[in-house]
Design a protein around this ligand. Sequence first.
Ligand code: ADP
Ligand code: MG
Length: 687
Amino acid sequence: MNTLSGISPIKQLKGVGPALEIKLAKLGLFVVRDLLLHIPLRYEDRTRFVPLSLMRPGKAALFHGEIVESSVVFGRRRSLIVTLTDGTGYLQIRLFHFSRRQQNELMAGTQLRCFGEPRFTGRGLEIAHPEYRVVHGEIEPPEGVLTPVYPTTEGMGQTRLRKLVNQAIDIGWDGFELPAFESNSAAPANSPFNLGMNAAIRLLHRPPAECTSADLERAQQRLAMDELLAHHLLMKERQVIRLRERGVPLPQAGGLGRQLLDQLGFELTNAQKRCVRELFSDLDRNQPMMRLVQGDVGSGKTILAAFAAIRAAEHGAQTAIMAPTEILAEQHYMNFSEWLSPLGIEVCLLTGRLSAAERRHQLARIEAAEVPVVIGTHALFQQSVVFGNLALAVIDEQHRFGVHQRMALKHKGKMPHQLIMTATPIPRTLTMAIYADLDISIIDELPKGRQPIQTRMLPDSRREEVIDWLRPRLAKGDQVYWVCNLIDPSDDPKLHCVTDLFEDLRKALPGTPAALLHGRLPSSDKSANMAAFKVAETKLLVATTVIEVGVDVPNASVIVIENSERLGLAQLHQLRGRVGRGSRKSYCVLLHTDKLGKFAQSRLDAMVASQDGFFIAEKDLELRGPGDVLGTRQTGEAQFRVADLMRDAQLLPGIGELGDRLLAEDPDSATAVLATWATPDWGYGSV
Ligand code: ADP
Ligand code: MG
């Protein structure tokens, strides 16, 4: 008798003890249903035996044969070599680690059933450490279905996961399932709308041998639809709640905004002006603002927050500004001080570097609402930070924060207005789906006078040329970032590390004031080094990707990126955005290993071809390739278990309509969908 259900704790399954339970939790698996939604990364085909004559290098296969020879060889490494035949051909198996028992077992005459991927060696096909089983008597037939390979964690074998998933499949899907999908007769026969949840789940975990990748995709979309629907419903629910909330309106109450405008050294772009108007009209109302500003790197998002903070200050209320890194928080502190201090608005920086006494003092003043603008990292969320009169929360580079954090800041005031800024270049339809509960402003224009950044790829063997090219520029006062993502030396001679690089560059460029910046430096060194670069005391900053987000030094005009073939497109785009922020002609040099793979080449080509974040995001999607369609996970705001917003984008409009219809006609089902899918990652339950 089986009394378990989809929401039974996973420890109630057979074979799950406390140790396993902890590992499963690491994978986000807590209840039985989570296992059903743990979608395989890929599949292995053990549904037929491949004759040895047809085995091909690089193709994993199931095969069997009889051992004709077995010997221990002493080459560079001692190994046990076993030769097999099945009558059609021969194949070698090599074990580098083997026990006495294995050696005795793997003797001529023994029958083996194996699975593995052959390589081509001088002496023919060989497999190192295949899975194998000694056959006594009849050879077990091949598997009836493809073998799933699951995302896993250390100490958690595939076999164990498969067994657990099997138990979950026996219990089946008992979560909410939209009947509308199944009875949707208008949908074509091969549409995911015509597949039930249980059928889709079975197909994904136990696909029959003849199953195509189109079948698998359809099954995955079936699951994704319900998940996306749940997400849509949650966003709608939040929106409804938000429209009922009442905050404190912050209409214009002085001339400080005008004053800031007059004292800025530049004129706002039209896009910035439009955004300012949009957020001012939000602030005029007594409904709390919830606005997302999306704009490519360097488009000038920061200043918008200053205009909003002025509104709050004019009402004697506080603004909290949160940045994802200390470096960025310090930079904001400098900028906001420069903009706001002349207007008599005090700005304070709350970081981990304050002494205990300073911190206590600042906290007391923040609680007494004596400081109008407070800047910090996620440390602002801490319980000990109490705002006397918080009216506005600004979250910069919001994709770096989780939803809970966003929510937590909100609870620090009486329904504060929220301004959220992001540079993630995702297509507009997707933005609207992920952030369906927010109002969106887009900065689609760069400040005037920016020159395109000239981007070049160069193989590592030509790095000397880069250094020679830099010399006269550095002498003229240009500032240079040299980025290298590894902190410690690696075994791989192709990889550079930032500490060695720093020494090398100092030798190669004597007389150039240089500094090092990476995450493991003491935080006082980090900020001193960053500050020195900002005021051009140092000309060369050798850094890891800690500078990736937000860092703004308009005078820096060159960025050199080491081992650029190892970074993703989005990250390269962010890094390149560190230059081209002033009126100087800027350059980006992508150093790469001498031999580039096909995908790395295409990625770097895309960087050379364009500077447009949207173009680059689309290329990124394209280059992730069909092989990566299963198992790709969206990072950022919403963590989906099955859905992938890029891949499933075409489902979104239909899902939106369906969701709205459900809310109007069948709210109970809407609640059930949410209860089935929504996770704390989405901020469910914490609205
Ligand atoms: P991001 O959108 O990447 O956060 P920032 O707000 O850091 O961009 O702005 C990039 C740089 O451009 C900063 O040095 C900022 O002072 C400057 N800037 C912002 N708006 C303008 C403008 N309208 N004209 C000229 N420079 C501007
Ligand atoms: Mg920024």
